[in-house]
Write a protein that binds this ligand. Sequence first.
Ligand code: SAM
Ligand code: SF4
Length: 467
Amino acid sequence: MTRAASPPPQVLMEKKLFIKTYGCQMNAYDSARMADLMAPFGYAAAESPEGADLVILNTCHIREKAAEKTFSELGTIRRLKRARERQGGRMIVAVAGCVAQAEGAEILERAPYVDLVFGPQTYHRLPEMVARALLAAGEQVLDTSFPAEPKFDYLPETSAAPGISAFLTVQEGCDRFCTFCVVPYTRGAEYSRPAAEIIAEARRLAASGAREITLLGQNVNAYHGTSPGGGEWGLGELIGALAGIPGIARLRYTTSHPKDVDDRLIAAHRDVPALMPFLHLPVQSGSDRVLRAMNRRHTADQYSRTVERLRRARPDLALSSDFIVGFPGESDADFDATLALSRDIGFAQAFSFKYSPRPGTPAASAANQVPEPVKAERLAVLQALLHDGQRLFNEASVGCVLPVLFEKPGRHEGQLVGRSPYLQSVHAEAGVERIGEIVPVTIRAALPNSLAGAIVAQSPAVAEHRA
Ligand code: SAM
Ligand code: SF4
């Protein structure tokens, strides 16, 4: 495997790196890897962009006004860059992520003080790009290519402590081309990392203290990587292998496409206790007509049947989802079908968005766009229903004992915060020595965004079990 070149010793003086991350967990993972790439060159993470040597905006293009938000943020960064120069310093400004991929040279033109623009598939070249910008003052570097070689081969091993709950990208890009979505254009074609590479990274995370790993991918259950034996594994087999790593108590994965839930993945939900009983499975709409126009390739009924099969495999499974309201051509009847599906399934949690035309995607040029006020009204109705569902789900936890994986100190002295199997944030009184343990907690109250509980008296750490 090829590795990034070692830094020359003379550049090893402490420098400040500030990364602002927008959007999904995959961007958070990428930002962490960019920090890993720059660490050997003396760049240490900074809390703010003031006085930084390198500022990276890791952008997201999935919804509304992403580009405008980036340019407005760049305005602020420009002032800081000028201030740095007045003090005789230098600040390299980089725009990364999906806005960079989509807007490319436009960013360099509109914001000439930006030094680097690169997409999600080329950030492994970051040290080289920074070196070029530093050597040739004023040279702007643009790299939004889709290299044939996967960037993962060039990334260094993670250096920073991952925390109790870590992310691990197993799959990237997407070949599904839903008509509303920019991902296939900004992240490129679907790519699955070889299983052996993922297992090695998971072992390193476990050795550095991670107890929970969330497997990431734009369409994570499309995973089809080379198995250690040279065959092919789906996500189900990969999860089975990762569950055997000592120290890893919990596994999750996100984000999935309903059409890519296969038998092996359902079997993993049945057979792998470490796979948490909480699944984010975006449905987008409950109307077959809209689903067809979105190119989702499944019906509302097929979605419900997939959920039934998952629930048969893992009866305590709770579901989360994504919805888009006001997709072009969505009628009142279509929207009612979405409300009906949400009621039928009973989501424990959900994200819902107004449709936002993304330049270059097929739906953006559809003639039958839904007016903004209609979108806003539908969103409010759907969100009220989904919030009710979430409240009921959380209230049903009161009185139950849930195994909580403590992650960090809470806001109040003597308190820890952790997660239930259903990803609910739970706080309870506990000493810091219990961080990293899975502890039975009696839930006493359901608050708007979290649960409050008390550790079951005299309880030792528990092995994860079905709640
Ligand atoms: N791969 C996932 C799937 O198949 O559902 C979704 C990944 S996407 C990064 C996250 C969510 O953003 C989507 O599920 C969708 O609800 C929302 N989204 C994507 N494009 C959108 C658009 N143009 N307008 C509004 N919401 C959008
Ligand atoms: Fe986008 Fe998900 Fe559809 Fe792929 S499957 S195009 S990531 S919404």
